[in-house]
Write a protein that binds this ligand. Structure first.
Ligand SMILES: C[S@@+](CC[C@H](N)C(=O)[O-])C[C@H]1O[C@@H](n2cnc3c(N)ncnc32)[C@H](O)[C@@H]1O
Length: 280
């Protein structure tokens, strides 16, 4: 399995062993609709003829796209990283990114941020704090094996940055993998609550009606005869995710994933059920 060099929040790398056997390999095309750090598309490149990689964060897609083209982004990012014991340099970089964003600036920020986690405020401005870290020899190793791998498939991949439902469901030949941000909670009367089931740094990008739009989008994929897999947290801390629960009630096939979130939870015992749901 190829690891991407991003330590991305919500990365599916540790769950790949459970996801990879379940994708529909009878389809020739694959769309990673919420690609994030790219763990999933990276590990199915040899299985599909064409792959679309999408994420709403344009500079994140810019990083993936630049890395497949060549090494310029690597030298630029290394140069921009403020390094250790340089909080002022980090603040300046963050201001510069929020003024004039670029993929290299975003990558330097991610590498330098607390727990490598990116975070945006409601105005889409980067607001994560300094983590006293940066580019290190391990980053070099990961970047090398990642780029060596993905560059072999350069002609098969198309990178796009759009809200998920603008990715056209053009045929019945596509395997859509959807790994959205945490969904909204189901109210006792079955309606959708405002609150999301848990927090993530990119939640700012998940709009209030996106759960319903994703539900409709998955139904459209199904109607067109293409395949979908959606993954997410169904139950967390006694709450239920509206969208995943509705799909299960509709009768789609689902299975629980084995992952111990309690180990990383800072707030004690919060039992979590993570699932994948498929229409095939
Ligand atoms: C759970 S993460 C995906 C993680 C990814 N599977 C990985 O292994 O790294 C969800 C992603 O959805 C993206 N996102 C949020 N809202 C979106 C939208 N409306 N359309 C497309 N992508 C969106 C976020 O930027 C984030 O990268």
């Amino acid at each position: 399995m190829i690891e991407t060099p991003f330590n991305y929040t919500g990365s599916k790398f540790k769950l790949l062993e459970q996801l990879l056997p379940v994708f529909d390999y009878t389809k020739p095309y694959f769309v990673d609709v919420f690609a994030g750090g790219g763990s999933v598309y990276t590990n199915v490149l040899d299985k599909y003829q064409k792959i679309i990689v999408n994420d709403i964060i344009t500079d994140l897609i810019g990083i993936h796209n630049s890395l497949i083209q060549g090494n310029d982004i690597i030298s630029e990012t290394k140069e921009l990283c403020p390094g250790k014991k340089n909080p002022l340099g980090f603040t300046k970089l963050r201001e510069s990114y929020n003024d004039t964003p670029s993929p290299a600036k975003l990558w330097s920020l991610m590498l330098s941020s607390t727990n490598n986690m990116m975070r945006f405020n409601q105005k889409f401005k980067y607001n994560q704090t300094y983590g006293d870290r940066g580019w290190n020899p391990n980053t070099d190793k990961k970047v090398e094996s990642f780029t060596n791998h993905i560059r072999q498939y350069k002609d098969n991949i198309r990178f796009v940055s759009k809200p998920f439902d603008q990715i056209e469901v053009s045929s019945d030949k596509i395997m859509f993998y959807c790994d959205p941000p945490y969904g909204r909670i189901k109210n006792d009367d079955g309606s959708i609550a405002k609150k999301q089931i848990s927090e993530a740094g990119y939640n700012a990008f998940w709009k209030e009606d996106d759960d319903k739009r994703l539900y409709d989008y998955l139904k459209l994929i199904d109607e067109k005869g293409s395949s979908f897999m959606v993954s997410g947290v169904l139950h967390h801390d006694g709450k239920t995710c509206w969208m995943l629960d509705k799909l299960i009630q509709d009768g789609y096939r689902y299975q629980e994933l084995q992952f111990d979130y309690n180990k990383v939870s800072r707030k004690g015992d919060k039992s979590t059920t993570e699932v994948i749901i498929t229409n095939y």
